[in-house]
Design a protein around this ligand. Structure first.
Ligand code: ZN
Length: 227
């Protein structure tokens, strides 16, 4: 869940030269995506709760990649099989673009195997249509989830507000390996449209990038992670 998990590409951040907390980027990413979809599309996707306001400043092509600036790699020089440092807690360095096939990374390796398989199948089919999937967040350790929540509280000023965007370690499906965040905005649009065929469902109206496995029809969207 965690609204601020963001789908994303890095370009946005580099282009704007702005840095922010993971939460900030996630929210910015979501708003950017809403903006990219257009107000009409956003309203349709969010069941009428999205109005796209506030999105102008961040109206860029794709939501930014999740950043986790407070967490340096435990062993920055260590290759993990695909040439990138992996802290083992599921966090993905901002310089990394993981695909659903980078299973050497803990964020993917520790996902529910059925979810991983579904995402890989969808990614293959999307690729045929010219749409690339990037994994902006997958499995997370409890400690990593807690850090994200703490950052959210700092950003939004209260736990109640933060909880609209970030789950607790006990509540997060990322911690159980049953949730994945996908970018770019194009990939999210593709997956919202086609995901049910793979059992992949958007769950929260305010998190266009967050998908979980469901059987049968996708459920009615929840407003946000605090519901
Ligand atoms: Zn998520």
């Amino acid at each position: 869940m965690e609204a601020y998990d963001d789908g994303s590409t890095e370009g946005t951040m580099r282009e704007t030269g702005r840095r922010g907390s993971a939460t900030g980027w996630a929210v910015a990413g979501g708003l950017a995506l809403v903006a990219a979809l257009g107000v009409t599309g956003a309203v349709a996707l969010t069941g009428g709760s999205g109005d796209g306001t506030g999105a102008r400043e961040e109206a860029v092509a794709a939501p930014p990649r999740r950043t986790d600036p407070g967490v340096p790699p435990a062993n920055p020089g260590a290759p993990n099989g695909d040439g990138a440092a992996d802290t083992g807690d599921g966090s993905i360095p901002s310089a990394r673009q993981l695909t659903p096939f980078d299973t050497g990374h803990a964020a993917l390796r520790r996902l529910d195997p059925a979810l991983l398989k579904a995402v890989q199948a969808a990614a293959k089919d999307a690729k045929e249509e010219g749409v690339d999937f990037f994994v902006t967040s997958g499995w997370r350790s409890r400690g990593y989830q807690q850090r994200l929540l703490d950052e959210g509280v700092e950003k939004y000023g209260s736990l109640a507000e933060a909880r609209k965007f970030v789950e607790t370690p006990d509540g997060s499906q990322h911690v159980t390996g049953r949730a994945i965040d996908i970018g770019s905005a194009d990939a999210d649009r593709w997956l919202i449209r086609e995901g049910a065929r793979y059992g992949l469902c958007q769950i929260y109206a305010n998190e266009l990038w967050h998908f979980e496995l469901r059987e049968g029809k996708c459920p009615v969207l929840l407003r946000d992670a605090s519901r």
